[in-house]
Design a protein around this ligand. Structure first.
Ligand SMILES: [Zn+2]
Length: 489
């Protein structure tokens, strides 16, 4: 059927809402006909928080007065689910949105609901009354569906659940807000205002972030940015690398005490957000607000941020270059002199400078260099493992880099080398077993009796460590060595 009428969208209206109004206003004889007209296939599910599977002519109608990206930003929940996710995921998810197809829950990494929990479309009783006065009907607002908030930012009253399920896994028909929300008289009894001023403040903050313009091409690593913004607080160690998560969590919990958004927020979440493994919109907003980051700063955060530890190292280095002594710098900055030494050391071995130098000299690309350095890396690992004569050393990126005299930063960039080194890194017990083998060999060569104290002296570890490494020793050493060690333990 050719579409003769299509409603205009109201401010902040979900696409699901306008499609529902279309269905109801057109007076379709059956629901199937409407879905057929909108989606082209009566079996398709109607997407509630985004837009999916709709026919091109419907997209044209929806974008009569705006571009498709504006439609996504102003009439879907993209600003909640897409704002802070990592760049790779964001690109895939955005592409799926543009194609009007995909599993958006998975693509955006939408947090699952708790077992038995169900989400419903929500409304504010006072907004409903205002909509009816202005437009003659009410509709589903996006701002009322933001997870983690419970009150209407305009009226400061608690939102109410409707009977329409919002959970993405549950299939619902096109239902308008007007049909399911009671008449104005009944609504009066539902208004409960929020008395908690910090909750109101938080909701205003979250709504402002939600409504701020989005740049889908830009992706700020939000965890990194929050870490950066801890600078100058008591939650960061002197050099800026170590974060006092327990202290941060305790203060944040205290700050938002009694606020509904805290119900599912647990201490581990702030850890995973800062490490860049969690992107929950309302939790990030809470952390940002707690850290006194303005909405503007949060939504315009730059992609390239200097991390606190780098800023600290550079500051130390500047003072060092000005001629201050290590102890003097330490006193001035209130840190241990070993930390000052480390900062100087790291800055002097600037990763980029070393890598660039090598590239410049050799005029090779990374892949060729990777292949060329690989045999050296393998040789270094075998030497670090120790032979009968040579004492084993612990394998690490740093140890290999030192041995072959190639910057560890460069090594980390060489895929093959990196893989081989990472594979060679051993657990403590395996490394200890190697040391025991070497120590037994040393004692045998010098024809000294093998005693526990001699082994302990050579290996520099305790009897418990020897017992713990027996399993590996059995795998790596000859049976006679295993027997000798077992007999003295
Ligand atoms: Zn309201």
């Amino acid at each position: 059927m050719a579409i003769a009428y299509f409603p205009n969208m109201y401010p902040d209206e979900l696409i699901y809402s306008v499609l529902s109004r279309f269905y109801v206003h057109c007076g379709y004889p059956t629901y199937t006909y409407a879905v057929q007209d909108l989606l082209g296939n009566a079996k398709c599910k109607v997407e509630k928080e985004f837009v999916k599977n709709i026919k091109p002519e419907i997209v044209d109608l929806l974008t009569r007065n705006m571009s498709f990206s504006e439609l996504l930003e102003q009439h879907t929940m993209l600003p909640m689910y897409g704002r802070f996710i990592d760049s790779e995921r964001r690109e895939r998810a955005y592409q799926a949105l543009l194609n009007l197809d995909g599993d958006f829950s998975k693509l955006f990494g939408i947090p699952n609901l708790k077992k038995g929990e169900q989400r419903f479309f929500r409304y504010c009783p006072l907004c409903v009354q205002e909509d009816r006065e202005v437009y003659g009907e009410t509709y589903w607002h996006r701002l009322h569906q933001i997870r983690g908030i419970e009150i209407c930012h305009c009226h400061k009253c608690y939102l109410r659940n409707s009977t329409v399920v919002l959970d993405s896994k549950v299939n619902v028909w096109l239902v308008t807000a007007e049909e399911v929300i009671a008449d104005d008289d009944a609504l009066q009894g539902e208004v409960v205002f929020c008395a908690n001023s910090s909750e109101v403040e938080l909701v205003n903050y979250i709504v402002s972030v939600f409504q701020s313009p989005m740049d889908m091409r830009k992706s700020v690593p939000i965890g990194k940015y929050l870490h950066y913004r801890l600078m100058g607080t008591s939650y960061l160690g002197a050099r800026g690398e170590h974060i006092y998560f327990n202290r941060l969590w305790a203060d944040l919990k205290e700050h938002f005490n009694g606020i509904s958004g805290m119900d599912d927020f647990i201490g581990n979440h702030i850890h995973t957000i800062i490490k860049g493994d969690r992107f929950v919109f309302w939790e990030i907003c809470m952390m940002a607000m707690f850290l006194k980051i303005s909405v503007d700063e949060l939504v315009t955060a730059k992609e390239n941020i200097k991390m606190p530890q780098q800023i600290f190292d550079e500051r130390v280095y500047r003072l060092w270059k000005q001629g201050l002594g290590i102890n003097e710098i330490a006193r001035k900055l209130g840190v241990a002199s070993s930390m000052v030494r480390m900062a100087i050391d790291i800055t002097e071995r600037k990763p980029k400078a070393t890598a660039q130098k090598i590239f410049k000299n050799r005029k090779q690309d990374r892949v060729t260099l990777d292949k060329e350095i690989l045999p050296l890396v393998k040789q270094a690992i075998s030497e670090l493992h120790g032979t009968g004569e040579q004492k084993p050393c612990r394998i690490s990126m740093g140890a290999v880099s030192k041995k072959i005299n190639v910057s560890r930063y460069l090594l980390q960039d060489l895929e093959l080398c990196k893989q081989v080194i990472e594979k060679a890194i051993e657990c403590d017990d395996k490394y200890h077993a190697r040391k025991v083998m070497w120590a037994v060999n040393v004692l045998q060569k010098s024809e000294k009796a093998i005693k526990l104290w001699r082994l302990r002296y050579l290996c520099k570890f305790e009897k418990e460590d020897m017992l713990a490494c027996l399993l590996y020793l059995e795998q790596m050493a000859t049976p006679d060595i295993v027997d000798i060690v077992k007999s003295i333990l």
